[in-house]
Design a protein around this ligand. Structure first.
Ligand SMILES: Nc1nc2c(ncn2[C@@H]2O[C@H](COP(=O)(O)OP(=O)(O)O)[C@@H](O)[C@H]2O)c(=O)[nH]1
Ligand SMILES: [Mg+2]
Length: 310
């Protein structure tokens, strides 16, 4: 398979084409993934999450430069929250990332959250695998910490860094509990602003209340992305965690494989239900029947399942 050979050779165009092929589920995608999969599992996957504007893209940009200075090829997956409010942020990302555009050792890919029918984590995992097979390591995944889908995506990383900013004061109570739980490491970015130490103390206290289940307390690091301060330490910190016993690399990969399999299975089952049992306007008609109470969802699904499994 020519595409695979080029991909493994590290040809960025082949990588870009492969990701599109798989993301859109085009002909040859399954075969490609079948061949790629045994070559994956090499790269360290670093997830960065946090509120919009906390400086994730700025940090990713600096981390890329730092990793490049260590002679590593770096992959970046940026999950675009496809909503109006972030339009500006994404534009900013593009401009920032242009510095790396001519560097063949850096591969950046954005993925939209929309249009995946719940398959965002599947598509992201595939993109990560393809980058991995092409020799990119580490792979950075940036996503806003909202929505179940995006949390799934970042959870699948070997190490998850949650980015916070000072000046939130008592609002720290308002940080979504789910986000705190997935943190392997906290980054207080914009530490040039007042309140970084106070936030660190609050986080420290909060984590001492939460993490009593034998899990070590997440490390807290301060950074100033715009001045490249703390970035080296951040890269060291995440890599150290990913390699450590606390990183539970095997366990995490097991969890990831489990979630991945179920994601592919459900995506395929859904697609097959839609094409085999509910083609054309059959879904619309069924929905009408449901809305008008002519049929209940369970009976509807049972009928569809019969056709899918027949
Ligand atoms: N003062 C200060 N501003 C920062 C820092 N890091 C990022 N910013 C700014 O915060 C804004 C949002 O950054 P961005 O990286 O796009 O955040 P993202 O939405 O989390 O990806 C930009 O205007 C950055 O220049 C920092 O350490 N200190
Ligand atoms: Mg961003």
């Amino acid at each position: 398979m020519e595409l695979l050979d080029k991909l493994v050779d590290g040809d960025p165009r082949a990588l870009a084409r492969s990701i599109t092929l798989v993301e859109e589920g085009l002909k040859g995608a399954d075969e490609l993934m079948r061949r790629v999969y045994p070559r994956t599992g090499q790269a360290t996957v670093i997830g960065l999450t946090g509120s919009p504007g906390s400086g994730k893209s700025s940090l990713v940009d600096r981390l890329v430069t730092e990793a490049r200075s260590r002679d590593r090829k770096v992959g970046v997956v940026a999950i675009d929250p496809s909503s109006a409010f972030s339009g500006g942020a994404i534009l900013g990302d593009r401009i920032r990332m242009q510095d790396h555009a001519k560097d063949e050792g850096v591969f950046i890919r954005s993925m939209a959250t929309r249009g995946h029918l719940g398959g965002l984590s599947r598509a992201t995992s595939d993109a990560i695998d393809l980058m991995d097979a092409a020799g990119y390591d580490p792979i950075l995944v940036e996503t806003v910490g909202v929505g179940q889908d995006e949390i799934e995506v970042v959870r699948a990383a070997d190490v998850v860094a949650v980015v916070l900013v000072p000046g939130m004061g008592d609002d720290i109570q308002a940080i979504k509990a789910g986000i705190l739980e997935i943190a392997d490491l906290f980054v207080i970015n914009k530490a040039d602003r007042p309140g970084a130490d106070r936030l660190q103390a609050e986080l420290d206290y909060m984590m001492s209340l939460i993490s009593s289940d034998g899990k070590p307390k997440p490390e807290i690091l301060q950074t100033v992305a715009v001045r490249n301060e703390g970035v080296k330490e951040l890269l060291d910190g995440v890599l150290r965690f990913a390699e450590s016993a606390a990183g539970r690399r095997r366990e995490r990969r097991h969890e990831r494989a489990h979630a991945r399999f179920l994601a592919v299975l459900s995506e395929r089952l859904l697609a097959s239900a839609l094409t085999r049992a509910l083609p054309d306007d059959r879904l619309e008609k069924l929905v009408d029947d449901l809305a008008e109470r002519r049929i209940d969802p369970y009976t509807g699904v049972e009928q569809v399942m019969k056709q899918v499994l027949s």
